[in-house]
Every structure is written in C-alpha cells, then in structure tokens.
Design a protein around this ligand. Sequence first.
Ligand code: AMP
Ligand code: ZN
Ligand code: FE
Length: 283
Amino acid sequence: MVDLQTHSTASDGLLTPTELVEYAASVGVTALALTDHDTVAGIPEAREAGSRYDVTVIAGIELEADFDIGALHILGLGLTRLDARLESGLTVLREERTRRNLAMLARLAELGVEAGYDELVSYGHGGVVGRPHLAQLLVDRGVAEHYQDAFDRFLADGGPAHEPRFAPSIAHCINLIHDAGGLAVVAHPRTLRLSSWRKLTDAFSRWKALGLDGVEAYFAGASRDVAHHYAQIARRLGLLVTAGSDYHGRWGRPGITGVGMEIDDAFAAPFLPEAVQRQEIPR
Ligand code: AMP
Ligand code: ZN
Ligand code: FE
C-alpha cells in the first residue's frame, strides 16, 4: 500500500513525522508522501524514520491555490530541492497564515471568545498553525462541543469566525513545486465543487496547460466508481493518477492512512526518488 497525502505535526496533523511513519509501517504502507500545508519542515525527520521502519518517504507539500468555486489544493510530490528558494516561497504563504490567524482571533473576540495568539500557536507543536488548531482551542475552552462543532458553528468557510486566506494562483503553486523538482497534483478534487464531469474535465485541461502533472483520483471518501472516473478523466488528458488518504491523525474524524481502495505501489512509482531522477522534465 502507498499513501501520497499525509500530514504531521509540522502542520495540522496530530502525529509527529516519526509517529506517522511508524503508524504507516504498522498498517502496511510501503511508500508515504508527507504533504504538510505550506512547509517541508517534517521531511528530514520522516525520512530518518522511514529508513528505520523501511517506508519510502516521498518529500511533499500541500498548497492552496486561488479558486472561485471550491477549494483547490495542489500537492507537490517528489520534491528534490528543499532549498532556500522553496523556503522563501513558503515563507510568504506562512506569513499570510499568521495574518489570517490574528484576524480569526479578532473575530472570535468580537463573538466574546478571548484567546491570545501565543495560546493558539501553542496548539501548533511548533508547526504551521491553521483552523484545526483553532477548533481544538474552542473545544478546550468549552465554546464548542467537539471538533466538528467548532467548524460548523465558527470556522467553516463563511462561518462567523472564518477569515479567508489569500491564496496564490495555481500557476504560482505549480511553478513553486516544479522549481523544487516536484510534480504538481490536484488534491481531493471533490472539494473543487465543480458540478459536472464536463466542468471538471475542462478545469483539469486548463490546469494541464499551466503545467499540472496529475490528479489525486483516489482520495478518502470517494467511492471506487467515482475514483475510477476521476482517474479515467485524468488519464485521458495525459495526467498522472495518485492516491492519498489526507491522514491527519484523529482530529475527531475518521482517517486511516492508506485509503483502503486499490492503493497499490504503482501509484507511487512516478514519485519515488529513482523515478524522479530519471524524469528529465524540461523546466
Ligand atoms: P486551513 O488550512 O487553516 O484553512 O484549515 C483547513 C483544514 O481544516 C482542512 O484541511 C480540514 O482539515 C479542516 N476543515 C476545513 N473545513 C472544514 C469543515 N467544514 N469541517 C471540518 N474540518 C474542516
Ligand atoms: Zn491538513
Ligand atoms: Fe487538502
């Protein structure tokens, strides 16, 4: 089994990179992409654990791109250059998160919930802080009953404490990923909220022209038939097909790494270090 989308404490996952790799190994995952939001800080630790637990760790990231309909998340898989250039691109995104986190705290204060920035940051285990951490804070304060309640009543898109995040264009995300030696893949395409297969095909086709490399057709919550359909569309357009669980640990929601469909090793092949070396992608 392989899993090409997972999160650790470097962003909003609950397991450290080491714990994540250990867990992946225990459920039979042989290749795992760590795809934290806006950071690659967990990769060295994950790799180190991978060598101990015999799990191939693929360096990855998840970025959010601007999209007017639903949520457009772009995975970077098989990154080979975790360098200053990538860091400077990611720093801009993390600074925008800081602005947005402060704005969400201000909105909560208006709703009568006073929480300090340092308190919120303390939920982040030193990693990138996002809405899941704020949700946990609201639960601990007794303001929300549970994680999902915090989203439903406060933090969901358009909710009273939600502040939108400025997201760069998809072209910018793709370029950032390509510059770091990775391949760019649309994550969990259901969140795009495109209302027909036709619209979805058109969108993938437009994004391919911008350099998109693949589609995560097999994602948690997609039935086998639906996943096959996403995969078929992607392949017809000459895009790679990937599979990922989007595992975050248990933030009060299910999620077992390895999405439990036909997640065989072939999905990981294009992103494994040997393959990435062989690809002579002109860019
Ligand atoms: P952020 O990157 O800070 O915008 O947080 C996004 C994360 O919050 C997503 O990856 C989900 O894990 C979670 N999330 C977003 N919307 C919801 C929702 N309506 N219900 C539950 N979790 C959500
Ligand atoms: Zn996440
Ligand atoms: Fe995502």
